[in-house]
Design a protein around this ligand. Structure first.
Ligand code: BG6
Length: 483
């Protein structure tokens, strides 16, 4: 039985990043553009744009990001100093297959990750690798309209086979797609590498959206994910392959049965539809009704059902940042969120970006997921995006971030005591990196500050924040020391 305030001995503490927000070097060593490299920076109020060609004088934040590519040794050393047991990162697919369907992989790209994994091994840090984190080669978009085209499955599997084989002895944990359920909302079209007719402002709920196209792309990702799981186990039976869900926690706004039913429906569609397919190997019954009512017709090949059945993931991972309210609410009471928004909750405060802070929601969600799937769970993203101020003496006293993380870790421990089989926790953006939703630099999550501003200017110098020392203590004490 789990004990109060005690986490499992080998608990995987660490941090999380994604290549397109972290690596930079977007066209170095034969890498070509990814979908993320075609996205301009935006702000809280101005949505990012996708351009089919790169525009002169425009800031594309992923191009340099914070240049992990040339700073990986120093960064990993800092992670090791904090005591990281694991490090979640992603491989930039366009570094390995720059044209999406190349006959052979790009050796220079592969070599870069050889070096990164060797460096992590030096410090005994376990890599957790996301295969596709919000990006694909832009060539996949040009050739097949991204994941709308079934050909994307073969490209992805060739990429998987290459990296599974190459890193067979150095990586154990793999995640097939970051936040696969983001394809459920209009912004998800671009995350699927699919261009819409009107591609202005992806994070606006643009009216020009093809629901059918998104669900087709999602189906292709399900098939690709299942095939990848199957292949991975053939290449190395010790591999552990996970799904990754953007968990959208929505409470009923009142105890009115209609509100409760609406919250349940939203939970089924937003959260469970994708993980049911990936964990249980088939579409849930409620999805069939949903597709019928929304007139969504997905083309499925004859063999797909069998492929999905054979490709169930080994563990479940998710991101958790906020919660919202679902149901009867006056207009104008909406709040923003991580891809999924909702209504404001009068009992919660929000971050400067309008994401409502709800540590107890994390315990609720962990119990809910574990009750349903009974497989190991990892929290692979959690954190507070905030503006940090450098004091005159150079220190950064991010006590608001410490408070956020502390309260979430406390609830995570409660969930473990409840019986949830939680195997790890990686704080999002453990080093400052580019924000996915806005493209800003100054929406920071890190324990490590990076000198770069929203205009893309700065020395890229790394400095430790107060939270750096705090997290080190948390890891050292396996989560017992949170003050
Ligand atoms: C998750 C993504 O949705 O949220 C990350 O997987 C992203 O890529 C993170 O960065 C935080 O969102 P944002 O928009 O604040 O960067």
């Amino acid at each position: 039985m789990n004990k109060k305030n005690v986490l499992p001995k080998n608990f995987l503490w660490g941090g999380a990043t994604a290549a397109n927000q972290y690596e930079g070097a977007w066209n170095v060593d034969r890498k070509r553009a990814s979908t993320a490299d075609m996205m301009t920076s935006g702000t809280h109020a101005i949505p990012r744009r996708i351009t089919k060609q790169l525009e002169e004088g425009v800031n594309y934040p992923s191009h340099e990001a914070v240049d992990f590519y040339h700073n990986y040794k120093g960064d990993i050393k800092l992670f090791a100093e904090m005591g990281f047991k694991c490090f979640r990162m992603s491989i930039a697919w366009s570094r390995i297959f720059p044209n999406a369907d190349d006959e052979t992989p790009n050796e220079e790209g592969l070599k870069f990750y050889d070096k990164v994994f060797a460096e992590l091994k030096k410090y005994n840090i376990e890599p957790i690798v996301t295969i596709s984190h919000y990006e694909a080669p832009f060539a996949l978009t040009e050739k097949f309209n991204g994941w709308e085209g079934r050909a994307a499955i073969d490209c992805y599997i060739r990429y998987c086979e290459t990296i599974f084989t190459r890193y067979k002895n150095v990586v154990k944990y793999w995640i097939t797609f970051n936040e696969i359920n983001s394809l459920l909302v209009p912004a998800g079209a671009y995350l699927a590498g699919a261009l819409l007719v009107d591609d202005s402002g992806i994070f606006n709920n643009t009216e020009v959206d093809s629901v059918k196209m998104r669900f087709q792309a999602l189906h292709h990702q399900f098939v690709a994910s299942a095939k990848a799981v199957h292949l991975a186990h053939q290449i190395n039976p010790d591999f552990k392959i996970g799904c990754m869900i953007n968990y959208s926690c929505g409470y009923a706004s009142t105890c009115k049965p209609e509100d409760v039913a609406m919250a349940q429906k939203q939970d089924q569609i937003n959260n469970m539809l994708c993980s049911d397919v990936q964990v249980r190997g088939e579409y849930p019954t409620f999805a069939k009704r949903y597709f019928e009512e929304k007139k969504i017709k997905i083309y499925m090949a004859e063999e797909d059902e069998e492929i999905l059945k054979k490709g169930c993931v080994d563990f479940y991972t998710f991101s958790y940042y906020k919660s919202h309210v679902v149901g009867t609410r006056p207009e104008g009471d909406e709040t923003q969120g991580n891809v999924f928004g909702g209504f404001r909750n009068p009992y919660l405060k929000a971050s400067d970006w309008g994401w409502q802070i709800d540590p107890i929601g994390l315990r609720y969600v962990l119990n809910h997921i574990y009750d349903r799937y009974r497989i190991p769970i990892m929290i692979v993203e959690n954190g507070l995006g905030a503006v940090d101020v450098i004091e005159e003496d150079g220190s950064i006293n991010d006590i608001y971030r410490i408070k956020f993380l502390k309260e979430h870790i406390e609830q995570m421990k409660e969930a473990v005591y409840d019986g949830v089989n939680l195997i790890g926790y990686t704080a999002w953006g453990c080093i400052d990196l580019v924000s996915a939703s806005t493209g800003e630099m100054e929406k920071r999550y890190g324990f490590i500050y990076v000198d770069k501003n929203n205009e893309g200017k700065g020395t890229l110098k790394r400095s430790k924040k107060k939270s750096f020392y705090w997290y080190k203590k948390v890891i050292e004490s396996n989560g017992e020391e949170l003050n």
